[in-house]
Design a protein. Structure first.
Length: 128
């Protein structure tokens, strides 16, 4: 087993764990693992991540359905919109240079980290 395969397995485990525990998409860890960890091009990492996310999302989703943690109507509406957005986004992504994709991805991760930090440090709201 090569160090590259070890990096990918550890990245996959981390993405699956975070997907199951805090609900993030696996791509938040898959893409950096592949670009920084093993040196794949941004577009190649994104495409590979999307395929790798399918089993992770299915297992996490089924587990949450069994636990009663899913509202099916919103999931179906978001899933339908996600399919349309994924087709358009993939068509756009293949036309954008990798360096720009990497910057957009980095900006998205920074913005997400900022929003999560703000939310985490807010005082809890009382149920109303």
């Amino acid at each position: 087993m090569s160090w590259r395969e070890v990096v990918l397995i550890v990245g996959g485990f981390g993405a699956g764990f975070l997907s199951g525990t805090i609900g993030i998409g696996g791509g938040a860890l898959f893409v950096p693992t592949m670009t920084v960890g093993v040196g794949l091009r941004q577009a190649l990492a994104q495409g590979t991540s999307l395929v790798a996310i399918v089993p992770t999302a299915l297992v996490s989703g089924v587990t949450h359905i069994r636990q009663g943690n899913v509202q099916r109507a919103p999931a179906l509406w978001m899933g339908g919109g996600g399919v349309i957005g994924a087709v358009i986004g993939a068509l756009v992504a293949v036309e954008i240079p990798g360096s720009i994709l990497a910057r957009v991805w980095g900006a998205f991760l920074l913005f997400t980290a900022y929003r999560l930090a703000v939310q985490a440090f807010r005082p809890p709201q009382k149920p109303g």
